[in-house]
Design a protein. Structure first.
Length: 278
């Protein structure tokens, strides 16, 4: 059991994953439905010590209302509680055309939480608690706008929209624009623009790229969380690249995932041998 303080000030006790949890996290339906995070939150968060900016009032946390930065921190903390002091090893391939070598990269999760966490300022915490409505001016314009900090529910709606556009009809696919879709989910109002997500999306697409590039950092400057973009250097050619920490099944169950891959590979080899012998 570990006591953790999340970036917003929420304090609680988390436990590491158990063998029973491993059974659920290898459930293909759970993975397909993107419910792995919710399962971990509901089962590994043992107690709330301080609500931070939230109003749980003695009830279990409603993780859909929790800031994404807090959610990421909690996921890493659960993984660290599961394998205390064990570095996370990720398998990568160099992106450089002349190399393309495969290698492993170790990530110290304790160091990541200690050195790469941005806490919620007192002023931003008060605004989030009161209304989650932040006011600013669109960079390089005179347009005022209102935005909200990203929560689990907002992130899920945006992800659902991105998936719908990706798999939808031709008209929907033509409107794929990940950055504008993310921003239109966070922006609530823009001066002179209809209060509809599609209208805000259209407004964003008409902005100069300089404004778009500056908008997300502006919003994130009021937010909290862990820096999950990791700089990696290929040990063979020295080429650099940036990866995003993957919160997938292998992150939480690295040994089970390796065993499953090994079993699948062994089964495939046996099948090939049997086929060749016929």
């Amino acid at each position: 059991m570990s006591t953790i303080t999340l970036p917003s000030g929420l304090v609680g006790e988390v436990r590491g994953l158990s063998g029973k949890d491993g059974r659920y996290l290898t459930n293909e339906q759970l993975v397909r439905d993107n419910e792995v995070e919710d399962y971990i939150f509901s089962n590994c968060w043992n107690a709330t010590i301080d609500d931070g900016p939230y109003k749980f009032e003695g009830r279990p946390p409603d993780w859909s209302k929790v800031l994404v930065g807090d959610r990421f921190f909690a996921l890493i903390a659960v993984r660290e509680a599961t394998y205390p002091g064990k570095e996370y090893v990720i398998k990568l391939q160099c992106a450089r055309l002349g190399c393309k070598r495969r290698f492993e990269w170790e990530i110290d999760l304790r160091e990541l939480l200690a050195k790469k966490t941005k806490t919620l300022s007192a002023e931003d915490r008060a605004t989030f608690q009161e209304s989650n409505r932040f006011k600013a001016t669109v960079p390089f314009t005179e347009k005022s706008f209102v935005f909200q900090l990203n929560t689990g529910a907002i992130a899920r709606r945006t992800q659902a929209l991105l998936e719908a556009k990706k798999t939808g009809n031709k008209k929907m696919q033509q409107r794929q624009n990940t950055l504008c879709d993310i921003l239109s989910g966070l922006i609530l109002e823009v001066d002179g623009v209809a209060l509809k997500r599609d209208a805000i999306f259209d407004f964003l697409e008409e902005l100069p790229m300089a404004s778009i590039d500056a908008l997300l950092p502006l919003v994130q400057s009021h937010d909290c969380g862990v820096e999950t973009d990791i700089e990696v250097e290929c040990p063979f050619c020295g080429g650099g690249m940036v990866i995003t920490l993957p919160f997938d099944r292998a992150f939480f169950l690295p040994y089970s995932s390796e065993a499953k891959r090994a079993a699948a590979s062994s089964a495939k080899e046996e099948e090939d041998v049997a086929t060749a012998a016929r």
